[in-house]
Design a protein around this ligand. Structure first.
Ligand code: NAD
Length: 335
């Protein structure tokens, strides 16, 4: 089996590359990643020389490059490549439409040209918009995105649907809730709060801190995608979530408590524009139809994750200090 994984140098993509190489050492994995600010080859340093793994630096919107990769043979595509940070989408939406919508269209088009056994689009629960105090997102919930990020992901999802309905491409869309775990870029809530707490810097919390997210360990997201690749029914959407709804302020207090730091480090800041109040996933379909079960409870997962960031301070400090850029230039001569 030859897999093209896009965005495999980012947070979830790199965890997925690790997961697949460990579980299926005979699969060939091509990782196509543009190495934007969020891509980091250090996430993959221990598998760079694995004989069934290769890395290609490039943009998913580069049709010629994508065509060349498919020409060499691709059975399965898993598209993680995206601009993924909601705050950045509010200040600079253009690149979100370019990468997330137009880049996806290039991948779909080339996959259609050469034919694939499966195309998996890694999407997000944010395409459903926001929930009130009750209810959960199911696969039938209407798309109602509220940020340029989620609108661009919803646009991509609709294109994926179309390539199945119109051209018969064997696709699946997965919509996952918020992930946490190793290798998450330290601009996102959990690693940012851990890094700030360890440096005794203020922990900025949006609005009243009562926005609710449904947290899933990245390992469990990877195991769900693995099942979708091998067992997913073509054309179907699968929601993925861990049934772990937590307010942001709860998460921040848990981190401070685990690190033995005072709550006086918390600083409430002006709310994010269009900030969705609550996300909650109903993952019944993937559990009953594909037999998915998450391995982590939030309590064990968050402790293990905090430990990981404590043990890998060099990793996130290099990113924060810009030293990662120097590493890359030394290693590859350019960025
Ligand atoms: P990330 O920002 O950590 O990684 C994105 C990766 O994509 C980076 O390595 C980046 O270099 C690469 N990339 C960006 N533009 C590219 C382009 N034009 N061509 C090739 N590579 C490009 O993101 P993440 O948190 O790992 O998310 C991965 C995917 O999962 C995204 O599609 C995101 O929408 C989705 N998702 C994320 C979460 C979450 O909680 N992080 C939840 C649900 C879904």
């Amino acid at each position: 089996m030859r897999l093209l994984i896009t965005g495999g140098a980012g947070f979830i993509g790199s965890n997925f590359v690790h997961y697949m190489i460990n579980k299926y050492p005979n699969y060939q994995i091509i990782n196509l990643d543009a190495l934007t600010y969020a891509g980091n080859l250090e996430n993959l340093h221990n598998i760079e020389r694995h004989s069934n793994y290769s890395f290609v630096k490039g943009d998913i919107i580069d049709r010629q490059l994508v065509d060349e990769l498919f020409k060499r043979g691709v059975d399965v595509v898993v598209n993680f490549a995206a601009e993924s940070h909601v705050d950045r989408s509010i200040t600079d939406p253009d690149i979100f439409v370019k990468t997330n919508v137009m880049g996806t269209q290039v991948l779909l088009d080339v996959a259609k040209k050469y034919g694939v056994k499966k195309y998996v689009q890694v999407s997000t629960d944010e395409v459903y918009g926001t929930l009130g105090e009750t209810g959960l997102f199911t696969e039938q919930t209407s798309l109602a995105p509220n940020s340029p990020y989620s609108a661009s992901k919803a646009g991509a999802d609709l294109l994926v649907r179309v390539y199945h309905e119109t051209f018969g491409l064997p696709v699946n869309i997965t919509r996952c809730s918020n992930n946490y775990g190793p290798y998450q870029f330290p601009e996102k809530l959990i690693p940012l709060m851990i890094a700030n707490a360890l440096s005794d810097k203020p922990l900025p919390v949006y609005g009243d801190g009562l926005n609710i997210r449904d947290w899933l360990h990245v390992y469990d997201h990877c195991s769900a995608i693995d099942l979708v690749i091998h067992k997913g029914k073509n054309g179907e959407v699968y929601n993925i979530g861990g049934n772990n709804e937590r307010t942001n302020i709860d998460i921040v207090k848990t981190i401070l408590h685990e690190l033995g730091k005072p709550e006086s480090l918390i600083r409430f800041v002006s709310d994010r524009l269009g900030h969705d109040r609550r996300y909650g996933i109903d993952a019944k379909k993937i559990k009953t139809e594909l037999g998915w079960q998450p391995k982590y409870t939030f309590e064990t997962g968050i402790k293990e994750t905090i430990r990981w960031y404590l043990d890998h301070q060099d990793w996130w400090k290099r990113i924060q200090s810009g030293a990662y850029q120097e590493y890359y230039e030394k290693q590859y001569g350019e960025r």
